[in-house]
Write a protein that binds this ligand. Structure first.
Ligand code: HEC
Ligand code: HEC
Ligand code: HEC
Ligand code: HEC
Ligand code: HEC
Ligand code: HEC
Ligand code: HEC
Ligand code: HEC
Ligand code: HEC
Length: 511
């Protein structure tokens, strides 16, 4: 989910900037630069199409004063176009073995001017003779639902956020209103900070951020506050000034919503984070970890289960965007923890790496999922989708979120981590443990051949995923109904969601 401001005339935290990465498998092999891949706008199943941007945002009016460049309408900051009816190319990136189009300037408004945070693109692969050989659809999730106005809007906001010199009182409900209030408050709060005046001059903002915006030069917050999200593109802040993540999460840890007493830091659920991250409507946290609920109907995992609270995220010692939880903080030894983080802000670690992201990826000391590769050198995301939208057979009720799962459904006909071997392999491989995470091949051929596997594989290797008892384990679940022939003309049918155990077809592992 990429956040983007919906008004650029006052200040910006984030420009419209979605990244699309694609990998191509041809005949069971990961393909490279010998192919061409394109993206274009395509309608979601509900008909929503998003094929133009400049009519929906004032980004192009302010790109020059904000970012020092003036891309043509519908062209993003790295030169890639908005998805449209005209296919645009992705470029081969050998470092990651993927094709990429960075910085696609998409907005959360579809062509009928309705909000849609899950717009879709069609991705098509062509071979050396320009023949289309494969295509799929993917979501470019985007939202501008940053609800700063809840607390920073004139009069209706939190009195604790009211500038000493009063609210700016621009027309009620206008986005400029709360944005101007934020600049006024920032100017007041930092008036006595040693180098504030000189920083303003240095960055071309005159005597104050507010006056600069009023006179037509909007503010790029990250020109003073470093954000590693923009630093990788060459926009870094001023050394010594707090990073954007530390500044925002610390300053807002102890604030409350208007009329309430509970601080954001003490709210233990995603509701706290959805005050700025998108959001109550958008629900950027969805998928396999976001949707599940416990017996009380509460979410099993919240943002804090993985990232910690506001103060933990705002810890100045953290390297924002890089010091992150990992899948293996929770998924280890056949277990699924529901909390990834320790009380001291470090992440849980275990020795088991079956479900681990790669060490020192993309650089020393980090282990980022979005750059990691697994089976067949494929990106983890190729089979799982992006971090907060993991493919799952338990989608949430929000129809648009179902768009996330379409790519998996197109590949293997059902929503779940992509596992059907013949999605990628021209013929069913024969393997006891050479599949993703040490899986065997699937289907009747495996049912027939598994008794022969035990010459080389101890049965204990099966127990990691299948469990040791007739109760089985959640690591070996059939996601779509399947029927296998077993003995003497008999058959065993598994329902979708049923566990496969060594008792399902015969009396345990020693029939
Ligand atoms: C839940 C209410 C709430 C929300 C939501 C909120 N703020 Fe604030 N914000 C406050 C309060 C209250 C203060 C004043 C805090 C203080 O005086 O310690 C503040 C202070 C600030 C300051 C002044 C910082 C300083 O001291 O220099 C800035 C800048 C700011 N907020 C920006 C934002 C932005 C941008 C957003 C949205 C991404 C946002 N706020 C969302 C309540 C909120
Ligand atoms: C001209 C430089 C400059 C710009 C531009 C700027 N800030 Fe600041 N900001 C500072 C300085 C300096 C401080 C105080 C020192 C520090 O936080 O390191 C500060 C403090 C803050 C704080 C309080 C930090 C804390 O820990 O209490 C927040 C929040 C904040 N800024 C948010 C923003 C937002 C949001 C924007 C864009 C609307 C912005 N800033 C633009 C220089 C800037
Ligand atoms: C007051 C607004 C606000 C609230 C509330 C808020 N965030 Fe953020 N968050 C931001 C902004 C702004 C950024 C972008 C920082 C940047 O550009 O580097 C951000 C970035 C992040 C990042 C990525 C950067 C990093 O530090 O790694 C994480 C993770 C994050 N937030 C987690 C959370 C969690 C978890 C919560 C709830 C407990 C939360 N945030 C609540 C404003 C907020
Ligand atoms: C905070 C702990 C935690 C973290 C971190 C975590 N998971 Fe999970 N994961 C769980 C739990 C708990 C479940 C079982 C949820 C349920 O259905 O009740 C789960 C379920 C899953 C499933 C099965 C989903 C299904 O519908 O069958 C997949 C796949 C998965 N996680 C992948 C990942 C990946 C990939 C990562 C890293 C990007 C990750 N998880 C990080 C706790 C976590
Ligand atoms: C199940 C664990 C989990 C939960 C729940 C979770 N996150 Fe994350 N989040 C991660 C992981 C893991 C990463 C790092 C991804 C990587 O390594 O590439 C991440 C990364 C981020 C980033 C950086 C951008 C990105 O996508 O890499 C932001 C911002 C963020 N999370 C905010 C949130 C917010 C806000 C919530 C709640 C609404 C939340 N997260 C809930 C695991 C989680
Ligand atoms: C070729 C497809 C593929 C790739 C690539 C892939 N996975 Fe998986 N992943 C799967 C399948 C299939 C499952 C379900 C296996 C199971 O339930 O035993 C799974 C399950 C998981 C789970 C959840 C285990 C559970 O408790 O259900 C995690 C965590 C996970 N993978 C992490 C990763 C990480 C990290 C990477 C990259 C380093 C990765 N995966 C790469 C296919 C893949
Ligand atoms: C999403 C695509 C994808 C899926 C699904 C997938 N594989 Fe693969 N697999 C690959 C790729 C790519 C390679 C690397 C082939 C190469 O470069 O030689 C590979 C390699 C292998 C290898 C190494 C030997 C070889 O063929 O080169 C085995 C064994 C294997 N896969 C088994 C499986 C099994 C079993 C399953 C199903 C449980 C499976 N794979 C599912 C893409 C996939
Ligand atoms: C990495 C996890 C994992 C390991 C290890 C594992 N399995 Fe499985 N097994 C699965 C999953 C997941 C399924 C369900 C696949 C599907 O969707 O059909 C499955 C399905 C099966 C099936 C039904 C066939 C099918 O296609 O669904 C049999 C039989 C089976 N496993 C036997 C074994 C035996 C015997 C071993 C040990 C040699 C073993 N498994 C090891 C994950 C595993
Ligand atoms: C989908 C049905 C199915 C599942 C699930 C299944 N098996 Fe089997 N298994 C069979 C069939 C069919 C045979 C061959 C006929 C027989 O011996 O009953 C067999 C035979 C065996 C044999 C050889 C028995 C002999 O007398 O030679 C062993 C050992 C075995 N299975 C172990 C396992 C283990 C361990 C698991 C769980 C990880 C498992 N099976 C899960 C269907 C299954």
């Amino acid at each position: 989910m990429h956040c983007s401001d919906s008004d650029f005339s006052v200040f910006t935290l984030l420009p419209p900037f979605n990244d699309l990465n694609a990998q191509l498998v041809v005949g069971g092999k990961l393909a490279d630069s010998g192919y061409t891949i394109t993206y274009e706008a395509t309608a979601a199943p509900d008909g929503s199409l998003n094929s133009v941007s400049h009519t929906k945002t004032n980004f192009w009016n302010y790109a020059l004063p904000l970012f020092g460049v003036s891309p043509s309408l519908d062209i993003g900051l790295t030169g890639n176009p908005m998805a449209s009816s005209k296919p645009a190319p992705l470029t081969w990136e050998s470092q990651f073995n993927w094709f990429e189009a960075s910085g696609i300037p998409i907005t959360p408004i579809d062509d009928n001017m309705h909000e849609n945070y899950f717009p879709m693109v069609k991705v098509t692969a062509y071979d050396g003779t320009n023949k289309a050989i494969a295509s799929t659809t993917a979501v470019l999730p985007v939202s501008s639902e940053i609800n700063c106005g809840t607390c920073h809007a004139s009069n209706t906001g939190n009195p604790a956020a009211k500038p000493v010199s009063g609210w700016v009182n621009l027309p009620l409900g206008s986005e400029k209103d709360w944005r101007m209030n934020i600049l006024r408050l920032h100017d007041e709060k930092n008036a006595n900070t040693a180098n504030y005046t000189s920083l303003l001059t240095q960055k071309g903002y005159g005597s104050s951020l507010e006056s600069s915006a009023v006179t037509g030069k909007p503010v790029l917050c990250d020109t003073c506050h470093n954000s590693n999200a923009l630093a990788v593109w060459g926009i870094s802040g001023v050394p010594g000034v707090s990073s954007m993540t530390a500044a925002m999460h610390n300053r807002h840890a102890n604030v409350t919503l208007p009329g309430q007493t509970q601080t954001l830091d003490s709210i233990g659920t995603r509701d706290a984070c959805y005050n700025c991250h998108p959001g109550k409507k958008t629900q950027c946290l969805r998928g396999a970890m976001g949707n599940p609920t416990n017996s009380n109907g509460n979410h099993t995992m919240e943002c804090q289960s993985c990232h910690g609270s506001m103060l933990t995220v705002g810890n100045k010692a953290r390297n924002g965007w890089f010091d992150m939880p990992t899948c293996q903080s929770c998924h280890h030894d056949g277990v699924r923890e529901t909390v990834a983080i320790n009380a001291d802000g470090t992440f849980k670690t275990w020795n088991d790496i079956r479900f681990a992201s790669n060490p020192n990826t993309p650089a020393q000391g980090w282990s980022l999922f979005r750059f990691s590769t697994g089976h067949g050198n494929l990106q983890c995301e190729a089979c799982h989708n992006s971090t907060h939208a993991e493919f799952t057979d338990k989608p949430s009720a929000n129809d648009n979120q179902a768009n996330d799962n379409l790519r998996a459904i197109q590949a293997q006909s059902y929503a779940a981590a992509i596992r059907e071997c013949t999605v990628c392999h021209a013929t069913m491989p024969s393997s006891v443990n050479g599949g993703p995470h040490g899986m065997h091949n699937l289907g009747q051929s495996w049912v027939n051949s598994h008794p022969d596997a035990f010459g080389t594989t101890p049965k204990t290797n099966c127990y990691y995923c299948h469990g040791t008892t007739s109760a089985g384990s959640s690591l070996a679940v059939i996601k779509v109904a399947k029927t296998f022939n077993i003995d003497d003309g008999g058959a065993k049918t598994f329902a979708a969601g049923e566990r496969v155990t060594c008792w399902s077809c015969h009396d345990g592992p020693n029939p």
